[in-house]
Design a protein around this ligand. Structure first.
Ligand code: CTP
Length: 403
């Protein structure tokens, strides 16, 4: 039986020439016994007639927010609750912009706001529109909120341009949908603790020392571990990210708070992943009052004390020691330095990345990593942090459970 049998998929179609490909997408989803309902925007209806999708999906096509007949059959909130996945294919620049703003001025965007189902988009637009800073910012916002981006692919476009912006082909989209629904329960019954984000080390009531970590990698790992069936505790420094569904989040500020929360969680967990960028030092003293500048001094100095190494503390335990994974952000001799860190911190596995590589590491949505353990190293191809997280969780699960 296909992993899509009886899966309730709401397919949103927005305006774009790629809308004709979605007819084939509906057909392929139906072939796999998925239950498909189609919502079309006004723009989409300029390209393809609703009747096409009605015939292929076997269900009436939804087009209007406040159509009394449609509301009587299945109201829009009911439709939002019905969906197990919302896939917008093609997703135009306009639809991405509306989603990023949280607008609800038509049926499709209203359903997206009202639904708790995962939302995936298959962007399709002219390459310059995809590359435009406004679209890039909207896509970044949506990725941070957990929206799945499938594509776009690069190549020749209907308008004659060549570049990124082509909708993924229907079979590639079906493969993404299948992989989303395929049960990956490699961590069923396991408890996983993950630290993420920066720490913030107070200097006085208004100032602190910190770093640029966004927390994206740790949050993506938490999402992937939860999807793999684990009970996940995410210990997060100050970051601007939404809590992944089903994950227990503990917010902390400084390294000492993070250490205390991590030690408590590690007592109960099977796998500990230190993805946080913990500040190595903190001010030796935290002033209770705002520190005033001295009028006559051009220079000043700050006494710092070393923070405890959280992941090394957990890996060094003699009892109740979880399988312990660390990260190594390096700028040169990546594998060599990471191997030394693996040994020094007594980790089971370390994930190394070259932070100088373009479009990788801190604050980027993408990353390129090498996984190192006592048996050697494996380099993974560059990927979105969300995709990489799935691969890393599968790999960690495999190594941790065969120990
Ligand atoms: N880490 C930690 N506690 C610290 C510092 C780091 O738990 N006080 C963890 C990070 O979460 C990461 C790993 O240690 O998993 C690597 O940290 P990194 O800062 O790269 O290494 P350092 O040991 O600080 O070495 P260096 O700064 O010399 O690269």
């Amino acid at each position: 039986m296909s992993s899509l049998a009886q899966k309730r998929i709401l397919l949103g179609i927005s305006g774009g020439i790629a809308a004709y490909k979605s007819a084939d997408l509906v057909r392929r989803l139906k072939e796999r016994d998925a239950d498909v309902r189609v919502v079309m925007t006004a723009g989409a209806r300029e390209f393809v007639q609703p009747l096409t999708y009605q015939a292929l999906s076997g269900n009436p096509v939804h087009t209007d927010l406040l159509d009394p007949a449609a509301e009587a059959a299945m109201g829009h909130i009911e439709l939002a609750k019905w969906a197990e996945l919302i896939l917008i294919a093609p997703a135009s620049a306009q639809v991405l912009a509306k989603l990023a703003c949280g607008m609800a001025d038509d049926l499709l965007t209203t359903l997206c706001l009202a639904s708790e189902a995962p939302l995936a988009v298959a962007p399709a637009m002219n390459q310059a529109m995809w590359r435009n800073a406004a679209t890039a910012a909207n896509a970044k916002t949506l990725v941070e909120r957990g929206v799945l981006f499938w594509g776009p692919a690069a190549g020749s476009q209907a308008c004659g341009d060549v570049g990124p912006g082509r909708m993924l082909e229907p079979d590639a989209l079906v493969a993404e949908v299948e992989s989303l629904f395929r049960p990956q329960r490699s961590l069923a019954g396991k408890k996983v603790t993950i630290t993420a984000g920066p720490t913030r080390e107070a200097l006085d009531p208004v100032r602190y020392l910190s770093n640029h970590s966004s927390g994206k990698m740790g949050f993506a790992l938490a999402t992937a571990a939860q999807r793999a069936g684990a009970e996940v505790t995410l210990i997060a420094g100050p970051v601007q990210l939404a809590t992944p569904p089903g994950v227990k989040r503990i917010d902390v500020t400084g390294a000492l708070d993070m250490r205390d929360a991590a030690e408590r969680a590690a007592d109960l967990c099977d796998i500990f992943i230190g993805a946080a960028a913990v500040a190595d030092f903190r001010p030796a003293e935290v002033s209770a009052q705002k520190i005033k500048k001295k009028d006559d001094s051009e220079r000043d100095s700050l006494a710092l004390v070393k923070n405890p190494d959280i992941v090394a503390g957990i890996a060094g335990r003699s009892q109740r020691r979880p399988f312990t994974v660390g990260f190594a952000a390096e700028t040169e001799k990546v594998v060599e330095h990471a191997q030394a860190k693996l040994a020094r911190k007594k980790l089971d596995l370390i994930i190394a990345n070259d932070v100088t590589a373009a479009d990788s590491g801190f604050n980027s949505d993408r990353n390129t990593v090498t996984v190192i353990d006592a048996n050697g190293s494996t380099s993974l191809p560059p990927a979105l942090k969300t995709e990489l997280a799935e691969q890393l969780i599968n790999l960690i699960a495999e190594r941790a459970l065969t120990q």
